[in-house]
Structures are given as C-alpha cells and as structure tokens.
Design a protein around this ligand. Structure first.
Ligand code: CA
Ligand code: CA
Length: 183
C-alpha cells in the first residue's frame, strides 16, 4: 500500500496499491544488498484548496500519479537468526512517473496548470529508507513485511510546486507485505 504526501494531500492518508518484486542477497551476517522493482499509483486530491488566481491558471485539485521504480539497497541486520531477521536499509534508485488529471489527461502537457516557466520531468531519484522483518517456515517459504519512506527528489508527483509549498518535495510511504522464498 502506497500513501502519498504532496502539496495537494499534505498528510499520508489515501492508500493505493503498489506491486513489487525483489531479490535479496542475504548470505552475510550483517550487511547485504537487495534489489527492488515497484509499480503503482498514488492519488492526491484536495477539493477545498482555493488557489489565489484561478482566472489566469487552471491549477489542478486532483492528480493521479502512476509510477515504476527500480532501486538497490544495502541492508543492515539488527537481528539475524536462522528463521527470521529484522533489518534497516537505505536505498538509491530511479523513479519514472506520469501524472494525470480526472479526465486521464497528462498534467505535464497542461502548461496553464503551473506557474510560468515551471516545467516538469517524469523522471527522478528516490532514496528509500526502510525498516523490515521476515520469517521463514520449514518449507523455505516465508513472510516479509516492511515500511519505507521513499524520499523522492521531486515536487511534481501532484503537478504542484510554486503554487503550493516549493520548499518541500512530495513523498510516498509504502507498507509492504510479501511472500518470500529462500534459495
Ligand atoms: Ca508537489
Ligand atoms: Ca511541495
């Protein structure tokens, strides 16, 4: 489940589905590395926001952001036992996204939705900070849960920066629960 925090939706509230695949190289006692692929969508919406000058600009009050990301993360085990572990991780990776309005039109193309000269990219870097744990059954299958703050390096997940608070980037918290297999 992914929860966005943007200029339109300033607290982590509205959950959306996130799908992930990951590989964990877990041989070492403490320091290991994992690779993550995530695909999902987050929605930001604020019907009550009244922006200053609606005559000149068509500022969006809704943004649906679909994304794909790939990141690598060194993981540091706090506990590592034969059947279970608890770890923290700090990743680095790439994040591709596209933001749509309610009519499924790309907001990036709608120049009058942003301040003059504000161009958006659909590509950014993420620095996910995570806390996770896992437990293996005797059949080598297991369950894995974690929480991640993605620390995106963009303010345009909701297509709004100058008209909102340009000093903070948009962000995503991701809660994940997955089935894992030991090889
Ligand atoms: Ca923003
Ligand atoms: Ca902002």
């Amino acid at each position: 489940m992914a929860f966005p925090k943007t200029d339109l939706a300033p607290s982590y509230q509205k959950p959306s589905f996130n799908t992930a695949a990951s590989f964990h190289f877990n041989k070492n006692k403490r320091l290991n590395i994992s690779l993550w692929l995530n695909v999902g969508e987050v929605v930001s919406e604020n019907r009550e926001v009244i922006f200053l000058d609606q005559s000149e600009f068509q500022i969006n009050d809704y943004a649906s952001t679909s994304y794909q990301s790939l990141h690598a993360e060194p993981t540091l085990h706090i506990f590592k036992k034969e059947k279970w572990g608890l770890y923290i991780a700090q990743g680095f990776g790439f994040f591709r996204y596209e933001t749509y309005d309610e009519n499924n039109q790309k907001l990036a193309d709608q120049l009058n939705s942003r301040a003059p000269g504000e161009t958006v990219s659909n590509f950014t870097v993420i620095l996910p900070s995570s806390l996770g744990g896992y437990y293996f059954l005797p059949n080598k299958f297991g369950i894995h849960g974690r929480v991640s703050i993605w620390n995106t390096q963009t303010d345009y997940l909701d297509n709004i920066s100058s008209f909102g608070n340009p000093d903070n980037n948009d962000n995503i918290i991701n809660l994940q629960l997955s089935i894992i297999k030991q090889f």
